[in-house]
Design a protein around this ligand. Structure first.
Ligand code: KG4
Ligand code: ZN
Length: 354
């Protein structure tokens, strides 16, 4: 049986919480044997954001072929798996239902354990699936012990389209949330700013691209203060950008999109880096880990590496945005921590907290 060859813990991961239909096979919670993602970006682009009903229906079309591809690319049969890990929340309920029901069907047919996973725990696990930015693959299993996981205690920043959380991760205890956004998530702010600047969807990569040609100091934007210095707020920044656009549009010159994109990105990065700096005033982590779609941002990566004298761990780009390898990684950790299989009447949890 293939699982014997992989040691133990060959999990199929399934992720459909938002606009990516994804499946992956991961060994021992760390080694990515396949990682297949069908992005719905083009489907939602005309709406400037995710259209939930369309997302669910596209998941229904894609889920079975994507799972089959993940198994084929890993060279693994269903019977060789040790379990099925699936995102049960947080996310869009209709979208989550598609992945969860597919996982239940497979679990029922095979008798394999069903492992419901918190999507945010998945993002945290994305940094266990690479070593210094190189995805761990089958060759790493063959060549002896796996490289170490990023050292803990760890300060972890999850920055995605739906979440902005600063967490403390002790070595052997559940994560503790230190701060969160009071309004928009960082990725959501990128998406809204890009729409204002006519840059399309998703906004993060579009803003990053435009910002490369711009001067962040020409129209600087403020970083919002929050009552709790470890919380985040991006709605004021969005309004400040809107006001700036309105006043520039009163003139005859074309909108300086690149400068505005650079100023916006710079303000988001200063806000994120600033909160990490505040946390470091009272905590002594052994690493800083960033995950979620906004972790793909090159300016954020550079600013963190430059500012802090600690290992800054960031996933390769394919593991920043939503994927199922990270769900299998988190599912394996749940099993290893002694969790039993979830019942087959497990429900989705659209507002699940970490
Ligand atoms: O983690 P993710 O795929 O989905 C959620 O769980 O929300 O994150 C998607 C978010 C989008 O808002 C997108 O604009 C943002 O990540 N994003 C970026 C970059 N690439 C993706 N934001 C800033 N810079 C990027 N390069
Ligand atoms: Zn996500």
């Amino acid at each position: 049986m293939a699982s014997a060859a992989w040691g133990d813990g060959l999990l199929l991961g399934i992720e459909t919480s938002c606009d990516e239909t994804a499946a992956a096979v991961v060994a021992q919670g760390r080694v990515v044997l396949s990682n297949v993602v069908a992005s719905q970006v083009e489907l939602h682009a005309p709406y400037g954001g995710v259209f939930p009903e369309l997302a669910s229906r596209q998941h229904v079309r894609d889920i079975t072929p994507i799972i089959q591809r993940a198994l084929d690319e890993a060279g693994v049969e269903l019977a060789a798996l040790d379990g099925i890990a699936v995102t049960r929340g947080p996310g869009l309920s209709g979208a989550l239902l598609v992945g969860l029901n597919a996982a239940k069907g497979l679990a029922m047919a095979t008798g394999l354990p069903l492992i419901g996973v918190n999507h945010l725990a998945g993002h945290l696990s994305s940094n266990d699936l690479h070593y210094e930015g190189r995805l761990l693959g089958a060759q790493d299993l063959a060549s002896g012990p796996l490289p170490p996981r990023p050292p803990r205690p760890q300060l972890a920043l999850i920055v995605s389209g739906g979440h902005t959380d600063l967490l403390w991760r002790p070595a052997d205890a559940p994560p503790l949330r230190l701060g969160q956004t009071c309004d928009d998530a960082a990725g959501e702010a990128f998406d809204k700013a890009a729409r204002m600047l006519g840059l399309g969807y998703p906004g993060g990569p579009a803003i990053q691209d435009a910002a490369q040609r711009g001067d962040p100091g020409r129209f600087p934007l403020p970083v919002a203060r929050t009552r709790d210095p470890l919380d985040f707020s991006f709605s004021g920044l969005k309004t400040a950008l809107l006001r700036r656009i309105e006043s520039l549009e009163e003139g005859a010159a074309p909108l300086p999109v690149a400068d505005l994109a650079a100023a916006f990105q710079d303000a988001v990065v200063r806000s994120l880096v600033g909160r990490v700096a505040v946390a470091l005033e009272t905590r002594l982590p052994r690493s800083i880990a960033v995950s979620g779609g906004v972790a793909a941002n090159a300016a954020l990566r550079a600013a963190l590496a430059e500012r802090f004298d600690l290992p800054v761990v960031v996933p390769p780009l394919a593991l920043c945005t939503d994927n199922a390898a990270m769900i299998a990684g988190a599912g394996w950790l749940r099993l290893r921590a002694g969790a039993s299989a979830d019942p087959l009447d497990l429900d989705v949890a659209p507002s699940l907290a970490l």
